[in-house]
Structures are given as structure tokens and as C-alpha cells.
Design a protein around this ligand. Structure first.
Ligand SMILES: [Zn+2]
Length: 159
């Protein structure tokens, strides 16, 4: 007889950190997503995390991980999108380590966009941001201020 899982059992399989950080699922995965059986039903861990914290799942919508971390079960990192939009978003380079804008990358731990400017041997930390586009703008503003003649801008009119 398999013991019925309680919500506490479920949360114990997730490395819950602060709101800002990713909460990785520690159990088995399927296609990169946490997968488990909970009270006779199969779930993706992030979806069950949402159900247990917010009550219900919106219909016809899928969870888009704003942090691009499939194992992440932190509901603060979820956004709800239609299936189609999720696929469209997935084709952008919003993946760990990859970048869509110059001087902007996704922080590996924090799920936030980090601005780092380099000019020669100088590297300047421009801070972290929730939104990639905001980080890209900040990167441009900072570069214009710090490095006259800097070439790697995101906005075409600044380049
Ligand atoms: Zn996350």
C-alpha cells in the first residue's frame, strides 16, 4: 500500500528558497519538467505547485517559466500564456546562458537579467532586472555614460 502523499511531502521534494530564486524540483523529471504521481494522478511538479498554492489552474493556458528553468516550482516565476504564445516565446533565445541582447544575460541562480558591460579589461556590473528588455535599455544607458565610443548597443539608434 503506497502512502498517500500530502502537500508537505510534495513541498519536501522542492528546494524552496527566497521568492526571487528558482525552486528546483528534486525528484524525477520528464522532458526536463518535474513529474510525479500525486493521489492517483500524474502531474508536472510546477503545475501541482501552482494548484497547491493558488487553488486551481486556469483552463486552456499553460505555464510559461519566466526563468526558463523547467524544474523551477516557484509560482512567482510563472506566467500564464496560451499554448501558441508559449511556443513563440520558446523560440526566442531566452534560455540559460543565451542572450537576445548585448551585455544582458540571465543570471544562473537568481532568474533575473543581469547587465554586465565589458570594455577592454574593465567589467562593470550594471545590476539585475526582472525584464530582459529593461535590462537591455539599462545596458545601453550605462554603456553610453561609462564608455565613450562603446559600440555594442541594443537600440539601433544608439549604435
Ligand atoms: Zn525560477
Amino acid at each position: 500500500m503506497v502512502k498517500k502523499l500530502t502537500p508537505e511531502d510534495f513541498w519536501r521534494k522542492i528546494d524552496r528558497k527566497s521568492e526571487a530564486e528558482c525552486w528546483p524540483w528534486l525528484g524525477p523529471t520528464h522532458a526536463g519538467y518535474g513529474r510525479l504521481e500525486y493521489r492517483g494522478k500524474k502531474y508536472f511538479a510546477h503545475r501541482l505547485a501552482y494548484i497547491l498554492t493558488r487553488g486551481v489552474l486556469p483552463e486552456n493556458l499553460v505555464i510559461d517559466h519566466l526563468c526558463s528553468n523547467k524544474r523551477c516550482c516557484n509560482p512567482a516565476h510563472f506566467d500564464w500564456v496560451s499554448d501558441r504564445l508559449n511556443i513563440a516565446r520558446g523560440t526566442t533565445s531566452k534560455k540559460w546562458g543565451k542572450r537576445r541582447f548585448r551585455n544582458v544575460r540571465l543570471g544562473e541562480e537568481s532568474c533575473r537579467w543581469r547587465v554586465v558591460l565589458r570594455s577592454g579589461k574593465v567589467a562593470v556590473n550594471g545590476g539585475t532586472f526582472d525584464h530582459e528588455e529593461v535590462a537591455a535599455m539599462q545596458a545601453d544607458v550605462l554603456a553610453a555614460r561609462l564608455f565613450p565610443g562603446f559600440r555594442a548597443f541594443n537600440a539601433p539608434e544608439m549604435g
